[in-house]
Design a protein around this ligand. Sequence first.
Ligand SMILES: CC(C)(COP(=O)(O)OP(=O)(O)OC[C@H]1O[C@@H](n2cnc3c(N)ncnc32)[C@H](O)[C@@H]1OP(=O)(O)O)[C@@H](O)C(=O)NCCC(=O)NCCS
Length: 243
Amino acid sequence: MNIRLEQPIDWLEVENLTREAFWNVYRPGCQEHFVLNQYRNNPDFIPDLDYVMEEDGRIIGHVMFSKAQITLNDGSAFPSWTFGPISIHPDYKRKGYGLKLLRYALDRAREMGVGLLQMEGNIEFYKHAGFDLASKLRIHYHDEPAENEVPYFLALELIPGYWGNREGTYCPPPGYFVADAQPDVFAAYDAGFPPKEKHLAPGQLPQFCKSCGKPLSKDDDCGHNTDGSINFDYCQYCSASSI
Ligand SMILES: CC(C)(COP(=O)(O)OP(=O)(O)OC[C@H]1O[C@@H](n2cnc3c(N)ncnc32)[C@H](O)[C@@H]1OP(=O)(O)O)[C@@H](O)C(=O)NCCC(=O)NCCS
């Protein structure tokens, strides 16, 4: 197993790996490969923390980091960092590779002066690398009431004392919202990859009909597009009435 910095020649392979890793995990299909594709031109992107992991002569893992900031309670901006997407190819999941890649990248980040990381993720994985609930450091999530303990919002002070006794609120950098901001550009980009079926599946983030708000938990709850494909944005009733 080898970990090294990503090179331009890896870009397409790594984006496809990211797509394979995230497909249908958090939503029908995924957006993370487009986030990565766009981030490489973003001034927040950190090329020196853009790692691939190789095994069996192929790239099986990847992680990228981004500059970020926390808005302190007095309104000032505090420099911070985040990371992701982090991907391990489905054939290599749950064999310890993800944790090895993450720990390696965190060590390099600390050496570079990255003092604090916060991100959304599953604590059952990230706790093994030292992450805990961000609320314990009094870092609040922009989308949730400040008094809430947000189970998916995690943080790690990489350099002890960097955050100190501050209090503030985090919103992910705009680079993470590119697919929603440019849906047509994203759709055209994704169409360049091998076809894959989208499905609603247990464990995904809650999905709702964009018209009536009804929860969508399985494919049959959704409507259809005129070409017969499933429309994951609308329930069968709203989709039918809009056609
Ligand atoms: C999440 C991911 C990077 C983890 O990498 P991995 O190589 O599969 O994980 P590891 O084998 O290193 O896991 C180490 C430990 O973390 C925990 N863990 C890992 N993935 C977990 C999951 N999905 N749910 C709960 N615990 C998990 C387990 O305790 C695991 O040990 P175990 O397998 O002995 O029980 C990888 O599964 C992946 O690419 N998933 C899809 C994309 C994704 O979700 N990325 C993270 C977005 S926040």
